[in-house]
Design a protein around this ligand. Sequence first.
Ligand SMILES: NC(=O)c1ccc[n+]([C@@H]2O[C@H](COP(=O)([O-])OP(=O)(O)OC[C@H]3O[C@@H](n4cnc5c(N)ncnc54)[C@H](OP(=O)(O)O)[C@@H]3O)[C@@H](O)[C@H]2O)c1
Length: 260
Amino acid sequence: MKKSVFVTGAHDGTGFAIAERFAKEGYDVFVGSRDQEKAASAASKIREKYGVLAKGYVYQTTILDETEVKAIFNDIRANGYLLDALVLNAANLGIGQVSLDVDINDFMGVYTTNIGWNFLMAREAAKQMKEKGKGAIVFIGSNSSVRVTENRCAYCSSKSAINAMSKSFAVDWGKYGIRSNCVLPGMIKTVRWEQNVNNAKYCLPNYTPIEDIATFEDVANAVWYLGSDASRNTTGAEIVVDGGMLAQLTPNINRELWNE
Ligand SMILES: NC(=O)c1ccc[n+]([C@@H]2O[C@H](COP(=O)([O-])OP(=O)(O)OC[C@H]3O[C@@H](n4cnc5c(N)ncnc54)[C@H](OP(=O)(O)O)[C@@H]3O)[C@@H](O)[C@H]2O)c1
């Protein structure tokens, strides 16, 4: 049976780079998206570039439809696979949720996707992995699960919950050969970052000791490590990919002055 990975939120950006990283290693790839055409198009790009099997799956994440999630994994099984790795990259970013004003339904919407839906996806994947006797679940969390950003209460607290959910799976399913780990990126060079939200681009040397933030590939490399046998003795763990941002207590306002 060929090795396979399912990556959520994988039609472009970080998720697509993760899907490519596994395809480069010869894995067959299942690409998840909320948009059927985008999922199919991303899968087709991977097929053409890496010569592996790649298939797109569509889902919705705003209500918890267990039947839909089960149907995805039944289809994977019907295609002759028991999943080796699941990468939970898709996230409701909960941007603009001012804590004093946020509608509770919008707040809980972040939890529906980041916690409820991720839980359903992980549980169905784990059933296949249990049958196979091994498997790896990798969550894309965030360094904002440890130190938070303004007016992102739902997002940051959901990412903290993801760290605990991953540890719970590590403890609950370790006996079945299933490992569960998190990658915690800091800022990633996404389109949003390129558009310089919060002047982030100009503050870069202040934010991170190594004066750089993560590329999609930096995140994908950490995911590959945790999702493959290279990390066979690692579970319930977190790898931080943030240029050292979490390690630095205060921003370096003027590095040259400080060093004088
Ligand atoms: N960007 C950063 O600086 C940063 C920092 C720390 C952690 N992270 C984490 O890294 C991962 C990727 O980040 P990113 O910036 O590349 O994210 P993104 O592009 O905003 O989102 C990743 C994918 O998730 C899906 N998605 C977006 N909004 C969603 C929603 N409301 N509900 C369900 N799915 C949704 C989209 O896929 P479809 O449209 O195909 O469904 C999207 O391509 C996320 O888990 C994020 O929390 C990012």
